[in-house]
Design a protein. Sequence first.
Length: 87
Amino acid sequence: PIRGDSIPTEATAVWLPGGYPELHAKALSENTSMISSLKQFHEDGKPILAECGGFLYCMDTLIDLEGNSFRMAGLIQGTGTMKVKGG
């Protein structure tokens, strides 16, 4: 969801696979048109499968390794906080 401004109108479901949203948190949070589109998709009752990084994108907030906080899609209440391995 870094590029593009909306979910295609013909989509019947959305898959948000794993990845590393913390590496792209600023771009993800700045793509507000995609976030609005995803929220509308969710409000319309259409299925969204989000796993790992996609799940983090669906949360309210993501905090990266440097402690920077980024607003995400807000479909799932909570904050994802990145930690160093073993942290």
